[in-house]
Write a protein that binds this ligand. Structure first.
Ligand code: FAD
Ligand code: SF4
Length: 492
């Protein structure tokens, strides 16, 4: 008779689950602050020397399920997620926005998150910005795809600018979403994770956390399955769940936690997005330059944001909304193609729950958001025409104008899932409180996109990292130093 092997046991002050934007930041800050930290990450440790820049190859290696996570609803939305040390920051575009002050004010009003003011978060933002070398892209590095959008925006008098990004020594190789081959992109897998390890944290990849352990309402640790097949138990009085917006509610639910308000797994916002192409007379060579380097925020108050997107020929061949000879002709003119993205700050809300251990994500686009896409697509066409486009490809079926496009005809992707364990000061309305502690479970915290209680209208990684920084310093009982140097001065 075979006996079940006893799990390996590790004791720590803090166990962090997930090594993405939220998890890596809390782990590094806590370890540097003197806590003994164990980080458990389901995915592997990736080595940039093996990054080939070939989209199909890298999708399979860096993304969960090869990047094929999809929502159920109308229209279905492709929702790619990263997996491994660095989480989704490893494959993201590097764009960094602080949380807009108007969004923070809304959180204070609607969710009782009164401590999350712009002033209070300022040192958290500043600290992450310094740690990730965040700076504005130069026009030269932005490349000619951005120049096309800039020309259009200037001709129309629309508000625009170059994006701020977490990159150092970027050479504009254009493949941020497929693993930066030069490690210029300062994702958390090469910044905060090594800092955590240098400060003594134990970082274990290939560790799939199955349960968070809570006894009499107090955190006791976690149980994980290791890639080797063994079992691991981490005993810790503080557990930080940072599995991302799709997987955090699944882990909490199977641990029997966070369900009292009925909000766990609900309130899923996505920032759904689409792209459009233009055939230009000039050579664009969109593969050269930073793919996401420029934005047009003229319509941000309506919930419509334009941001750059671009890719090598194999990526464009997959995304170009044409078929047959028209697709072949456009691809033959690849060097003259320009591309741009459109993102909607959504009012629609979806949900995530588990079926046979896997996430089922439901999300229906409400009419208000369909209208935003209609307006956004028409303006995208205007932008390209004002830039001198010969032809514009909006991704709608032949004969369907943007004004008449039904939800089912929109070709959408989403990159910013948020809100499924939302923060709300009131236990009956949220899953965590304003300090990100689970309502009803002392010592269990959540630090990832799932706590963000509403759409942001801008890319979320800096918001998630700033909240994670605030959480870490809250646990350490110290004020947040704006920079690394200041941290050392304060602790000397
Ligand atoms: C292609 C793409 C481009 C993007 N571009 C931008 C951008 O330019 N700017 C921006 O701000 N945002 C961007 N984003 C979004 C941004 O990267 C995410 O919002 C952010 O990384 C989310 O952080 P997180 O901590 O919530 O989760 P993640 O970073 O996804 O980390 C979660 C981690 O938890 C792990 N995990 C899950 N379950 C378990 C478990 N049971 N046990 C152990 N580990 C587990 C996962 O494997 C993963 O590594 C982009 C996203 C994509 C897909
Ligand atoms: S554009 Fe810059 S950050 Fe993106 S993959 Fe290339 S070198 Fe890395």
């Amino acid at each position: 008779m075979s006996r079940r092997r006893e799990p390996r046991v590790i004791e720590a002050d803090v166990c962090v689950i997930g090594a993405g934007a939220g998890g890596a930041v809390t782990a590094a800050e806590l370890a540097e602050g003197g806590a003994s930290v164990v980080v458990l990450e389901q995915g592997p440790r990736h080595d940039a020397d093996r990054f080939s820049a070939r989209p199909l190859d890298m999708l399979a290696r860096l993304y969960r399920d090869g990047g094929q996570t999809t929502t159920l609803g109308t229209p279905p939305i492709l929702l790619p997620l990263g997996r491994g040390l660095g989480g989704t920051t490893l494959v993201n575009s590097g764009t960094c926005f602080r949380t807009p002050p108007a969004v923070l004010e809304r959180w204070q009003r609607e969710f009782g998150l009164e401590a999350l003011t712009d002033d209070a978060l300022d040192p958290c933002f500043a600290r992450v910005e310094a740690a990730l070398s965040i700076s504005e892209v130069t026009p030269e590095l932005a490349g000619r795809n951005a120049a096309v959008a800039r020309r259009g925006a200037e001709a129309l008098g629309w508000s625009h600018g170059f994006l701020r990004r977490n990159a150092r020594g970027c050479v504009g190789s254009g493949v941020c979403a497929f693993g930066c081959p030069t490690s210029a992109k300062q994702h958390v897998g090469i910044t905060y994770v090594p800092r955590a390890e240098a400060a003594g944290a134990q970082v274990i990849s290939g560790a799939d956390v199955r349960h968070v352990l809570v006894e009499r309402g107090v955190a006791r640790g976690v149980e994980a399955r290791l890639a080797s097949g063994g079992r691991l138990e981490v005993r810790a009085p503080t557990v930080i769940v940072a599995c991302g917006t799709i997987h955090t509610p699944l882990l909490l639910a199977r641990s029997g936690l966070g369900r009292a308000s009925g909000e766990l797994g609900r309130n899923l916002a996505l920032h759904p997005a689409t792209g459009a192409f233009a055939l230009m007379d000039e050579v664009v060579d969109m593969a050269k330059g930073v793919p996401q380097s420029f934005y047009v925020d003229e319509f941000a108050s309506e919930g419509i944001m334009f941001e750059g997107v671009a890719g090598p020929p194999s990526y464009v061949a997959m995304s170009l909304p044409l078929s047959g000879t028209r697709h072949a002709a456009a691809m033959a003119s690849y060097r003259n193609l320009a591309m741009f993205g459109l993102m909607v700050s959504d009012r629609s809300r979806g949900s995530v729950r588990a079926l046979a251990g896997r996430p089922v994500i439901r999300y229906e686009l409400v009419e208000e958001d369909v209208v935003r896409f209609r307006r956004g697509l028409r303006r995208m066409e205007e932008l390209f025409r004002a830039a001198g486009a010969r032809e514009v490809y909006l991704g709608l079926p032949g004969g369907v104008s943007p004004e008449r496009a039904p939800a089912r005809d929109l070709k959408l992707m989403a990159f910013h899932p948020l809100g499924t364990a939302r923060a709300d000061a009131r236990a009956e309305h949220g899953v965590v409180d304003g300090d990100l502690q689970l309502h009803g479970a002392q010592g269990v915290y959540v630090a990832d996109g799932s706590v963000v209680p509403s759409s942001l209208g801008v890319n979320p990684q800096l918001t998630i990292m700033a909240l994670a920084t605030r959480l870490a310093y809250g646990l350490l009982g110290r004020a947040v130093p704006r920079t690394h140097e200041e941290a050392h001065v304060l602790s000397d």
